[in-house]
Design a protein. Structure first.
Lengths: 129, 516
């Protein structure tokens, strides 16, 4: 099992950041993917190289500000759990964390790398708002 | 007109692969001729013994601590310095053809330019300000999967031959441990591909095509980068007759007696024995499911045979390119620099592949600089320690460009006297790996024919541990003298020199965005 975590401190209140990051259908606005579609608790994302991941939304907890999802129906992936947390640090600052637990473990690394790009985008969009 | 620069690299090639360095298996007449007419370095080390960090050193002229690509999978930043950019600014046409690997290969999000331009079948991302200063990039790696240009070319032209290559990753995306050939050695495959579809030939032909696209009066810098003889070892089957594996002598570094071999391994830092026994795989450079202790002498022979077939094909491809350059009338103004990014165990100590092991198998590299005949430089052999960190300054020197301020080492010398004048007293190598909690940090200095490696705090080592080898009296590095009181003052002096000269590591460490 590979476990990797990325984080960013964002100079913005947690509710504002969560309203964006906690909207599963808006993933393509900050994560380096080309398409995103949500139906019920299912999400499909398309990567730049044309790969499509089917995902199951496991947790969407607005009180906890936690989003969790699993990649499903993929013959390569034995286990996956992605977790996004938005945690208040002060009235105008929050911590956004993106964790990936995965088997095969090596796939956690490129997903984590993409999460790093995504978190930088969130920071760019919300810092100082 | 100025001097043209052909920079040739191979991947994972040992010093003793070449005839000019005492190699007796592969026939390498074209490279040997470059050595005969040029400067051959007998103690050239990389600044890291895996691909991405070492290649990043070549292009930036910086140690790993400075450029920050501390392991495969850590991308070189888009805006990192590049000697190709400086040469381009000076008016040179620039190209990189073959294996780049400044950015991760496993890139499903297509975040990185190398993969993206391959996927889009382009040879540049931006002609006005091209990626890393190369006007033209046509890229390849080992085999024909992924997004790079060679893979696309194979898919377009010879899709039926793609399956002939060894499958580098297994179904769990781990480096494949599957054996092949006649001995079931790992990462060996008899590949039915035609010789002129194989990537060595492709790299040479794409290089010739690019050179032929240039006007006769244009100065140019071409990095021709062969993916071989890096594993997997799957050269065209039609060429295997060149080196019958049963006739290959075991390498001098292979210790046949098991108990003697294990005693020598036990005398080194503990991660050596951990890998040998299959209990500690520190990095993604070797198959995690393969246990080196199981390797047979015949497997070592077969791996060596396949490797030397690949070495011969590289030499012939170089001959083709040099012939094309001569046909263009550029020979008298042509500088050729030949090297590799790191070495390969190839059976030494009962091991294959590479990792955190700072001995000659992985650190002593072939390096040849054949200056332009018009420069009338006297051929020589240089035994002063030099590093790949000197390449960027060397290219600037050849082009008549001031040494860029970002480079951290003087240019290569043309003889031992000049090595002293330029300050080539020592060469430094670093290792950092933290793959899923398996941590190894090493810092190494080579000076005065000694190699001294300090371990930093890690999974199997504590600060204060290390390795010390006498290269003159122990050329195979069998005797670790780290705890030998008779050389304690020498060891301490080498360590002081190491810490005084190693650049401070840029922190925080950049993130690892892929396994490789």
């Amino acid at each position: 099992m590979g476990t990797v975590r990325r984080h960013a401190f964002v100079e913005c209140d947690a509710d504002t950041v969560w309203a964006f990051v906690g909207a599963p259908e808006r993933l393509h606005e900050w994560f380096p993917i080309t398409e995103c579609r949500v139906e019920g608790n299912k999400r499909w994302i398309t990567l730049a190289g044309g790969i499509v991941f089917e995902e199951e939304i496991v947790t969407l907890d607005h009180d906890l500000r936690r989003f969790q999802y699993k990649i499903i129906n993929n013959s390569l992936i034995k286990f996956h759990l992605g977790t996004v947390d938005v945690i208040p640090d002060s009235p105008n600052r929050c911590l956004v964390m993106y964790s990936t637990d995965m088997d095969p473990e090596v796939l956690a690394l490129p997903i984590s790398g993409a999460a790093g790009v995504g978190l930088a985008k969130v920071k760019e969009m919300f810092d100082g708002r | 007109m100025g001097r043209k620069i052909l920079f040739i690299t191979t991947d994972q090639q040992r010093y003793d692969a070449l005839g000019c360095n005492g190699g007796t298996i592969a026939r390498t007449p074209n490279i040997d001729a470059l050595s005969r007419d040029g400067i051959t370095f007998d103690r050239a080390h990389p600044q890291n013994v895996v691909c991405m960090p070492s290649r990043s050193t070549m292009i930036t002229g910086q140690h790993v601590s400075t450029h920050g690509v501390w392991m495969n999978g850590v991308p070189l930043p888009q805006d990192a310095p590049s000697i190709a950019s400086d040469l381009r600014t000076a008016g040179y046409a620039t190209a990189l053809i073959g294996k780049a690997h400044f950015e991760p290969l496993l890139d499903p999000f297509l975040r990185f330019t190398e993969n993206r331009i391959g996927n889009q079948r382009k040879t540049t991302d931006n002609p006005a300000d091209p990626h890393r200063g190369f006007d033209h990039m046509e890229l390849s790696t080992h085999g024909a999967v992924g997004q790079l240009h060679y893979s696309q070319w194979m898919r377009d032209n010879h899709p039926e031959a793609i399956g002939g290559f060894y499958q580098v990753l297994d179904h769990e995306l781990q480096v494949n441990a599957l054996g092949g050939g006649e001995t079931n050695a790992p990462q060996i495959k008899v590949n039915p591909i035609q010789k002129d579809w194989y990537h060595t030939h492709w790299v040479a032909q794409r290089t010739i095509n690019w050179l032929n696209s240039l006007p006769a009066d244009r100065d140019w810098f071409c990095w021709m980068s062969f993916p071989d003889p890096h594993h997997p070892w799957d050269p065209p089957a039609s060429e295997l007759h060149r080196v019958p594996w049963r006739e290959v002598d075991l390498p001098a570094g292979y210790i046949e007696n098991k108990s003697q071999r294990e005693k020598i391994l036990d005398d080194k830092l503990r991660h050596w024995r951990g890998w040998y026994d299959g209990t500690f795989v520190s990095n993604y450079e070797a198959p995690a499911k393969w246990v080196p202790a199981t390797m047979t002498a015949d497997q070592v022979r077969e791996v060596n045979a396949f490797t030397h077939v690949e070495n011969e094909l590289i030499d012939e491809a170089i001959g083709d390119v040099l012939g094309a350059i001569t046909a263009r009338g550029w020979e008298s103004d042509l500088d050729v620099v030949y090297t590799t990014d790191h070495g390969e165990f190839q059976g030494d100590f009962g091991l294959l592949f590479k990792g955190p092991y700072h001995v000659d198998s992985l650190m002593r590299l072939p390096l040849i600089w054949r200056p332009a005949p018009s420069a009338h430089t006297k051929p020589s052999r240089v035994n002063a320690p030099v590093g790949l960190v000197s390449l960027a300054a060397t290219f600037a020197h050849i082009a008549g460009v001031e040494r860029p301020s970002y480079t951290e080492a003087p240019r290569l010398p043309i003889n031992n006297d000049e090595a002293r004048e330029l300050g080539h007293e020592r060469v430094l190598t670093e290792w950092d790996s933290v793959l899923f909690g398996k941590i190894v940090h090493l810092r190494t200095i080579c000076r005065d024919n000694w190699v001294c490696t300090a371990a930093l705090e890690g999974s199997m080592s504590a600060e204060g541990e290390g390795e010390l080898y006498d290269l003159v009296n122990d050329p195979l590095q069998h005797v670790n003298r780290w705890n030998d009181e008779s050389v304690r003052s020498l060891r301490d002096d080498l360590l002081s020199d190491l810490w005084a000269n190693l650049p401070s590591q840029v922190l925080p460490l950049r993130t690892m965005d892929a396994p490789v």
